[in-house]
Design a protein around this ligand. Structure first.
Ligand code: NDP
Length: 242
């Protein structure tokens, strides 16, 4: 599954699934640019992942996303792969949801993903090829108590992938989503030991997932091996939803 000669951008690549994805794409031979909100953290992560560069980007800023994507495509001559991974998760029961939580979650997860897909499409349309992956979630497909805002945001992300796939297919651009279950990263580090044990026991594979296991699926989806796959939401959850 060589990605040699490909240019890839991974948003939210400073840790967790994004960092593992940047590493997996670089190991497959791609020239990878990763981003995070803080420039020095992004540079550190880039060196850890074997990426070509680590740049500062807040995905809630549409103009900044557009400028960064244009810049990467200009510097490397093209852009083949974009992984819109940046995202946040904060839990709140219905009665406790504050407007600020709604704003930050939707502006990061929904608008941030949309900005990234729009900018990627613009860069890829010229050469009529490309592969985009967005980060949905099993809770976006099935819902989750205490996670109404996050689940709604991830349902939107899955539908960004489906709609963009329909719109961009004739331009040779594939768009897919992955829907991870519970993966051990900073995002889920706040889960209680009880919650982790319950999720593991409900999972047929009997454990939580690792960032590399999501990264491997993303590497497949952006490769030529997946050349007839678009508009899909691929569950990576050890069977949790069964
Ligand atoms: P982490 O919290 O470990 O990492 C999140 C990444 O997103 C960091 O690199 C962070 O960078 C970046 N980020 C957050 N907000 C912004 C922003 N406004 N602009 C730019 N970058 C931002 O999360 P995970 O690796 O666990 O999750 C990655 C994706 O996978 C998310 O979209 C998440 O919703 C999704 N997912 C995760 C699951 C899990 O169980 N872990 C399950 C299902 C989906 P920095 O802070 O350096 O700016």
């Amino acid at each position: 599954m060589s990605l040699s000669g490909r240019v890839a951008l991974v948003t939210g690549g400073t840790r967790g699934i994004g960092l593992a994805t940047a590493r997996a794409l670089a190991e497959a031979g791609a020239t990878v640019v990763l981003t995070g909100r803080d420039e020095s953290r992004a540079k550190e992560a880039a060196s850890a992942a074997g990426a070509a560069a680590g740049l500062a980007l807040d995905v809630t800023d549409a103009k900044a996303v557009s400028a960064l994507v244009r810049g990467v495509a200009k510097e490397h001559g093209k852009l083949d792969i974009v992984v819109a991974n940046a995202g946040i998760m904060e839990d709140a029961l219905l009665g406790m949801i504050k407007e600020e939580l709604v704003d930050t979650t939707l502006s990061t997860n929904v608008a941030g993903t949309l900005h990234t897909v729009q900018a990627a499409a613009r860069a890829m349309m010229r050469k009529k090829s490309g592969a985009i992956v967005v980060l949905a979630s099993i809770v976006g497909e099935y819902g989750s108590a205490g996670q109404t805002v996050y689940a709604a945001s991830k349902a939107a992300v899955a539908n960004i992938a489906r709609s963009a796939a329909k719109e961009l297919g004739r331009s040779g651009i594939r768009v897919n989503a992955v829907a991870p279950g519970v993966i051990e990263t900073d995002l889920t580090s706040g889960l209680s030991e009880d919650a982790k044990a319950e999720n593991s026991s409900r999972t047929p594979l009997g454990r939580l997932g690792r960032p590399e296991e999501v990264a491997n699926a993303i590497r497949f989806l952006v490769s030529d091996e997946a050349s007839f796959i678009t508009g899909q939401v691929l569950g990576i959850d050890g069977g949790l939803v069964l």
